[in-house]
Design a protein around this ligand. Structure first.
Ligand code: URA
Length: 269
């Protein structure tokens, strides 16, 4: 706690209140999700209750070939830096979504931070500001990050598609297929040590797994299509879902603690 700023501490407390904590009952944090350990056993720090350990599902995304995806693939592959990738996307006209959007929404945060969060698609606020996760869901994401001592100086954030789908609908399979080669390259260039997928849509597109509630809380493996590099990926709930279903924040907290521990073990947080 000592190096948390007052603002981060306030955000972390606010997140705990939103999770349902309404009373401080002791100085030391208590993990109420930990499995009971016998009293006479050795003193260890309590294990956080995570989803059962299963063999991670390793995914190399499959390519959907259309003339436009072939062109987005070629353009993305030629980019040698994040700046080049952003510039290439800003002049790319192959995605219909761009016709309705105000701004390209490329990314926010620190690409060198080692942790990359991937959401679904920009909404109205993101479209106006040209930045991901700046609306209500984004503010909740900020509080979730603050609760584990992270923020936009330490993580990197982007989406499956880079323009807002009209009416905030889910990106169509074609729109996603056109943007995905850019995302694959984005991941390769940012080179994170951990990926976090927010909600069912990025989980479906990057791991092929259907349904977030069945799969959340698990570490899977994302294999970069070109380099073959393998990156641990946590599947978790989308903050917009948590705004609609506050009771699910309890599950999100389990995932956040798992992310925090993994990040700490890699020296990232
Ligand atoms: N929801 C998302 O998935 N991404 C954003 O950038 C904003 C809301």
């Amino acid at each position: 706690m000592s190096d948390l700023t007052r603002e981060k501490a306030r955000a972390a407390l606010q997140w705990l209140v939103e999770c349902g904590a309404d009373e401080a009952i002791g100085e030391a944090p208590v993990n109420r999700l930990a499995r009971a350990t016998p009293n006479h056993g050795p003193k260890t720090s309590p294990a956080i209750n995570e989803a059962p350990v299963v063999r991670p599902h390793v995914t190399t995304p499959t390519k959907i070939e259309t003339p436009t995806t072939a062109s987005s693939e070629g353009i993305a592959a030629a980019c040698q830096s994040l700046e080049q990738l952003r510039a290439a996307l800003s002049t790319f006209d192959g995605c219909e979504l761009k016709r309705h959007a105000t701004n390209l929404v490329f990314a926010d945060g620190n690409p060198s931070g080692g942790i990359m969060f991937i959401g679904e698609a920009p909404g109205a606020d993101e479209d106006r500001q040209g930045l991901p996760f700046v609306g209500r869901a984004g503010q909740l994401l900020d509080r979730m990050l603050a609760a584990i001592g992270l923020d936009r100086q330490t993580v990197y954030i982007t989406n499956i598609v880079n323009w807002r789908p009209p009416g905030n609908r889910e990106p169509s399979p074609e729109e996603a297929a056109i943007c995905l080669p850019f995302l694959y390259r984005h991941i390769e260039l940012a080179n994170p040590k951990l990926l976090v997928l927010l909600g069912a849509v990025p989980v479906r597109h990057l791991t092929g797994l259907q349904g977030i509630l069945r799969h959340r809380g698990r570490w899977e493996i994302y294999r970069c299509p070109s380099s073959g590099r393998e990156i641990p990926v946590m599947l978790t709930l989308h903050p917009a879902y948590l705004l609609r279903q506050p009771s699910a924040k309890r599950l999100a907290w389990q995932d956040l603690t798992a992310i925090s521990r993994r990040a700490k073990s890699l020296g990232l947080a």
